[in-house]
Design a protein around this ligand. Structure first.
Ligand code: R5P
Length: 291
């Protein structure tokens, strides 16, 4: 078995390789001036290779996975696993208007054709309950960072009220709250555009309370920003945020901090300055369970 890591996920992949006591090689990657990707793999591969890379900024990365998986098969790999802690294209899960591409199903099928196993963390599954409804292979494995996040919060804070910013977040917030004995509540959110959010807080008391907003990802940061603004107006004391996937596009992080969030914590699913909750133990256990 060998771990093949992309440069953007190298330190996380190295931690995973150390846990599994498995050799690691870096995928050699170059972008030509016109944007094409050049990929080179180690010419001699074992029977089982594990590609590690989160799929934020997904369009180039998906093409690069296609090049990698095809080349690995040509080099003789019999089993190819993808560890993608952040899995993109999971949010568009139905055609909300005629003609809309259901990207969850389409990208899921591409991944199923390329890989024998796909392992991810807290994917954005909303209208389906299991990952292999999106990626039709037996080993489409959806892990949750709830234990890691829960343990982290318990160390940082004696008690806090957890807030999920929308109904989709309830699955993660409830899980974490139940594990560590914190209370939780869920806001109502309506997205009106990429950066336009309408939100109503639930009828809890927020005055002088320590609040942690929990979500699967922060992309534009507008969801966390809106929740933080409302919590400040309701008199909350300290407001923190935890996300599994720190996408943080453009001014997202600055926007969130300006909105009154004291600290943002995230997992290392994507390398970022906020990443302080490591996922290597969770991923290593999942790999051990399927080999
Ligand atoms: C959406 O339902 C997700 O769970 C997140 O709330 C959302 O993707 C966050 O996006 P943004 O940071 O752009 O508000």
């Amino acid at each position: 078995m060998m771990i093949l890591a992309f440069p953007d996920y190298l330190s996380q992949a190295q931690r995973l390789a150390d846990r599994l006591n498995t050799p690691l090689a870096e995928v050699s990657l170059h972008h030509f001036p016109d944007g094409e990707s050049f990929i080179r793999l180690p010419p001699s591969l074992p029977g089982h290779v594990i590609f590690c890379r989160s799929l934020n900024q997904p369009n180039d990365k998906l093409i690069e996975l296609l090049l990698c998986a095809t080349t690995a098969r040509e080099l003789g790999a019999k089993r190819i696993t993808l560890v993608a802690p952040y899995l993109s294209y999971m949010r568009q899960d139905f055609a909300n208007q005629p003609g809309v591409a259901v990207s969850q199903r389409i990208i899921g099928k591409i991944l199923a054709d390329l890989f024998d196993d796909v392992i991810t963390v807290d994917p954005h599954l909303h209208r389906i309950s299991s990952l292999n409804q999106a990626i039709p292979i037996k080993n489409a494995i959806s892990l949750t960072a709830a234990d890691e996040i829960g343990r982290f919060l318990k160390q940082k804070l004696e008690y806090a009220l957890l807030l999920g910013p929308d109904s989709e977040s309830e699955q993660w917030v409830a899980n974490i709250a139940n594990k560590i004995g914190f209370d939780y509540c869920i806001a109502h959110k309506e997205r009106q555009g990429d950066t336009q959010i309408k939100m109503n807080l639930p009828n809890n008391k927020f005055l002088n309370k320590t609040i942690v907003i929990i979500d699967d990802m922060a992309s534009t940061g507008r969801t966390l920003g809106k929740a933080a603004g409302l919590l400040q107006a309701a008199g909350s004391k300290d407001i923190y945020a935890v996300v599994t996937h720190p996408l943080f596009c453009d001014d997202a992080e600055a926007h969130i901090l300006q909105a009154g969030i004291k600290v943002i914590w995230s997992t290392d699913s994507i390398g970022h300055t906020t990443s302080c909750i490591n996922l290597d133990a969770l991923l290593a256990d999942a790999i051990k369970a399927i080999i």
